[in-house]
Design a protein around this ligand. Structure first.
Ligand code: LLP
Length: 402
């Protein structure tokens, strides 16, 4: 990408996020075409980056949406993703969310426990609607990723085991208000190994075959998201091999493949740009303090995640330092023990691979407004979310001051 970060900083101030929409297009097309041998639906995992313009861009490409709250469902609908391409997942859906999802007529509700299935059945009955159901199966496979973003083991809270899933499908079949429609798995995020995905898909596809034998025929096989991206020097899963290994397991089944990538579509499109405030030395330790902070980009603090950082100046004198923000927490850092050049006030620092799970995990901690978001497409930039002001932050409190 040939984005002029400095120009954008002059125009929009710092910190900001910029997303290369052409990269998102490329990623979408690559994944979609790898499944071309089959009917497929790429349902964008909205949680990765839920800016309306980002979702709209993917909607225009033909994407569906994987949502984990009714708010995300409404975001997807708002920018034109049709209800029949929207899936609603999550371990703890609220009654009102289930009700609204049923009323909106989305593709399916992805159910994660038998207690939840009962709830959905009850609500569907009250509304006199038939709920289209998929069940999230937990295949008990180690995805070999960071424990915080691993979901496919029984020790994780997600999904149900094979036997429970089977019982749930039978309940659907016997109910007037439930229609078994799909099956779902998602073993984790930032996956860089194909083997655990293959194994999991095999386990779940065997269940689909068993269900077909008892006349429960499903139309959608949802392999979840999880494809990794480049943060450092990862070797990524080849999308054609990925699709191929899934399609092999589904041989002989008349079923549409669904995948729910989030990070893969948007992660490497994004850069967080922040500005140097000061340098200081405490004892032997050098700190470079920037105007962005953990409330803007939490992944290093929360997961000790690596993001490549680069100071945008020509200084060649590199030294060890910690790159930190102004928030009053020792955990407020972007990089520790990193070699960075000597900086000056106002030098820009780019933090890469910031398109997924960065802005969406931002907060107003320390009464810091959320930063501006910018789209870059066809060589042009445009604002897609304005910087929050102090007034925006206090808007929901002000009238209650006594
Ligand atoms: N489908 C389901 C059911 C999911 O739980 C997730 C992510 C996805 C799809 C999309 O996964 P992706 O393709 O983006 O890997 N905040 C963490 C990531 C949490 C992922 C949660 N689930 C991070 O910053 O790494």
């Amino acid at each position: 990408m040939s984005i002029n970060f400095k120009e954008l900083a002059n125009k929009y101030q710092t910190p900001y996020y910029v997303y290369d929409f052409d990269h998102i297009t490329k990623q979408y097309n690559e994944l979609k075409s790898s499944f071309k041998a089959r009917k497929s639906l790429v349902a964008y995992a909205v949680k990765a980056n839920s800016n309306l313009s980002v979702i709209k861009h993917l909607a225009n490409l033909g994407a569906g949406a994987d949502c984990v709250s009714i708010g995300e469902v409404k975001r997807a609908l708002k920018v034109g993703i049709p209800a029949y391409r929207i899936i609603f997942s999550g371990v703890g859906k609220i009654d009102s969310e289930i009700k609204e999802a049923l009323t909106l007529g989305i593709l399916m509700i992805n159910v994660e426990s038998d207690a939840e299935l009962n709830r959905v059945e009850q609500i569907a009955k009250e509304l006199d609607i038939v709920a289209r159901i998929s069940v999230r199966v937990n295949p008990n496979i180690d995805p070999k990723t960071h424990p915080y973003i691993s979901t496919g083991l029984h020790e994780n809270k997600f999904g149900v085991d094979i036997d429970t899933a089977k019982r749930m499908y039978i309940q659907c079949k016997n109910s007037d208000y439930l229609e078994p429609r799909g099956i779902h798995l998602h073993i984790g995020s930032q996956l860089t190994q194909l083997e655990p995905i293959k194994e999991s898909v095999k386990i779940v596809s065997d269940l689909v075959k068993n269900l077909a034998a008892i006349k429960i025929e499903l139309s959608f096989f949802d392999v979840g998201g999880g494809l990794g991206i480049i943060y450092d020097d990862e070797k990524l899963i080849d999308t054609n091999e990925y699709a191929q290994s899934i399609l092999e397991c589904l041989f002989g089944l008349d079923i549409t493949v669904v995948c729910e990538p989030g990070r893969f579509l948007v992660g490497n499109s994004g850069v967080f740009v922040t500005k140097v405030l000061y340098e200081k030395v405490n004892g032997n330790k050098r700190f470079v303090i920037v105007d962005g902070a953990m409330n803007d980009l939490l992944r290093p603090s929360l997961y000790n995640a690596y993001h490549k950082v680069e100071v945008l100046n020509d200084n060649q004198e590199f030294n060890d330092c910690n790159l930190v923000g102004p928030v009053c927490e020792s955990g407020d850092f972007f990089a520790k023990d990193v070699q960075l050049p000597k900086t000056q006030h106002d030098d820009l620092v780019a933090i890469y691979s910031a398109g997924a799970y960065c802005f969406t995990m931002a907060s107003n901690y320390n009464t810091r407004g959320k930063v501006a978001e910018i789209a870059y497409e066809d060589g042009k930039d445009r604002l897609i979310r304005k910087r929050e002001t102090f007034e925006d932050i206090i808007a929901l409190e002000e009238e209650y001051i006594k």
